[in-house]
Write a protein that binds this ligand. Structure first.
Ligand SMILES: C[S@@+](CC[C@H](N)C(=O)[O-])C[C@H]1O[C@@H](n2cnc3c(N)ncnc32)[C@H](O)[C@@H]1O
Length: 262
């Protein structure tokens, strides 16, 4: 089964809610046409999903699935007025809908799975003939902070990558997607650069940089022996000072990979 290790569901909620289709999955927009039936896998609270609902219009429909109940409950409360949007609490591997989809999208979700290939096979099985799968994901190893973050945060981040790798997650998920698409039988595979770049004049600059304070607020890496409590606290302190006094930009590296299922 997939593994999604969530730390602070409430703050994750807020990060997801602030995302939009146009800003946070913009490469997929030209694919979305009125009347399409779309599935969003790992939809969180549906913030991106509702943008898809708008584009497919009243003759189309979008279903979002997520295995975290809090996100689906919160999404359903916020979006109850959108008639062509349905958010369902279910794990991808347990999802057996009656209909198949023209387009399946999945943003920032495969990076949390340990069975990425099985997940792609499962998504392929849910596509209509000539349906398209689009996956947007990170290359966590290539994140770039300018100037460099303090040594304590560098060390914390490296330990986070090691913890992820040891748990079976892929720190270069987007890089490996084209091969996985090929191995699972997709055709016409295309790759789009989709980096998130936050310079210090970006309206969400501080909020986006603070994502690493949220990651470090969890004691999971300490409990599992990957960092000392001292390093965790020093990283939080030093990184907060770096944001306040030095930070100029952060760039998270992402790619969208899409393929056609014949
Ligand atoms: C980082 S969030 C991305 C949310 C949204 N797609 C976005 O880009 O903002 C990853 C989401 O995938 C969900 N998820 C992880 N594994 C899943 C699975 N096996 N089945 C369904 N949802 C899953 C998590 O609960 C989480 O909400």
């Amino acid at each position: 089964m997939q593994k999604y290790v969530d730390r602070t569901k409430q703050s994750a909620d807020k990060i997801f809610d602030a995302r939009t289709l146009q800003h946070d999955y913009k490469t997929v927009v030209p694919l979305i046409k009125p009347g399409m039936i779309v599935l969003d896998v790992g939809c969180g609270t549906g913030a991106i999903t509702k943008g898809i609902a708008e584009l497919v219009g009243p003759t189309g429909k979008v279903v979002g699935i997520d295995h975290t109940l809090e996100f689906i409950n919160s999404g359903n409360q916020m979006n109850s007025d959108i008639e062509n949007l349905e958010l369902i609490h279910i794990d991808l591997m347990d999802f057996s809908p009656n209909e198949k989809f023209d387009l399946i999208v999945s943003a920032r979700t495969l990076q949390w799975l340990t069975n990425q290939k099985e997940a792609i096979v499962k998504m392929k099985s849910l596509l209509k003939t000539n349906g398209i799968l689009s996956v947007l994901d990170y290359i966590h190893e290539d994140i770039a902070w300018h100037p460099k973050v303090p040594d304590s945060m560098q060390r914390f981040y490296q330990s986070w990558l090691t913890w992820r790798r040891d748990s079976g997650m892929n720190n270069r998920m987007a890089d490996d997607l084209p091969d996985l698409f090929r191995e699972t039988g997709f055709q016409n595979i295309e790759i789009y650069e989709a980096n998130e770049y936050y310079p210090n004049n970006h309206p969400l600059f501080v909020d986006k940089l603070k994502i690493w304070l949220k990651v470090a607020s969890s004691k999971q890496l300490v409990e599992e022996g990957y960092v000392s409590e001292d390093l965790r606290q020093t990283a939080i302190h030093d990184y907060q000072n770096w944001i306040d006094e030095e930070a100029l930009s952060m760039e998270m590296v992402l790619k969208e990979v899409r393929g056609l299922s014949l």
